[in-house]
Design a protein around this ligand. Structure first.
Ligand SMILES: [Mg+2]
Length: 188
C-alpha cells in the first residue's frame, strides 16, 4: 500500500458530463494528451452497489477485504452496469483521438473478462484497460501505461477516489508531464 498526500490540487465534478465539458473548455484536447478514466463509480455504476455498500460490507465482514471482494464479485455478476453519463462520454469520444484514452481500475487483473464484458454493455469498447489492484494508480500510470505513450505531455485523470488522485499527482510531481485531475463525485 502506498501512502499519499491529500494536499494535491484537483477539481471536483458532480457529473461525468461536467468533467467532459471542463476538459473540452480547457482546450486540453490534443494529440499529446492521455485521458485516463477510472471505471467503478466514474464510468459505470451498479444499482445498489456503491461506496456505501462497500463500507457496510467491510463492517459486516470485520474489514476483511477478500470476503467483501468475493461478495462484490457475486453481486456484479448478477447486475447490469449503467453508464454514469453515456451521451457526454460519447460526445467526448467523438472529439478526441481514441488511441489516447485508457481505463485504469483498481480491480484485480483476474477480472478482465467480466470488466470488458460490462464495459462493452455500456458501449465502452476498444479502450485499453489497466488493472492496478495491489499498487497505486500513480505508480501503474507512470511505470506501466506512460511508456506505451512516449509522445504524451499531458494527462487528464478522472476518478471518484481522492487517494487515487493524490497518488497520480504525487507520481508526476517534478515530471515534465502535466497532470490535470478531476475528482468525480457521483450525485454531487
Ligand atoms: Mg472508482
Amino acid at each position: 500500500m502506498c501512502l499519499v498526500s491529500n494536499r494535491h490540487r484537483y477539481r471536483a465534478v458532480g457529473e461525468l458530463k461536467r468533467a467532459v465539458l471542463i476538459i473540452q473548455r480547457c482546450k486540453l484536447i490534443d494529440e499529446n494528451t492521455l485521458y485516463v478514466f477510472d471505471i467503478d463509480e466514474t464510468l459505470m455504476v451498479y444499482d445498489g452497489i456503491d461506496r456505501k455498500w462497500w463500507k457496510k460490507k467491510m463492517v459486516e465482514n470485520n474489514e476483511n477485504e477478500s470476503l467483501v471482494l468475493e461478495e462484490w464479485l457475486k453481486q456484479i455478476a448478477n447486475h447490469e452496469p449503467k453508464h454514469t453519463h453515456a451521451s457526454s462520454f460519447n460526445t467526448f469520444l467523438e472529439n478526441v483521438n481514441k488511441n489516447n484514452i485508457v481505463c485504469l481500475t483498481a480491480r484485480k487483473g483476474s477480472l478482465q473478462n467480466i470488466t470488458e464484458q460490462h464495459l462493452s454493455q455500456i458501449g465502452v469498447k476498444d479502450i485499453p484497460v489497466y488493472y492496478s489492484y495491489g499498487s497505486c494508480k500513480g505508480k501503474i500510470l507512470k511505470e506501466i501505461i506512460i511508456p506505451n505513450y512516449p509522445t504524451i505531455n499531458n494527462i487528464v485523470f478522472v476518478d471518484d477516489n481522492k487517494n487515487n488522485i493524490s497518488s497520480v499527482n504525487k507520481a508526476f510531481y517534478n515530471e515534465n508531464i502535466k497532470v490535470q485531475c478531476y475528482y468525480f463525485v457521483h450525485n454531487l
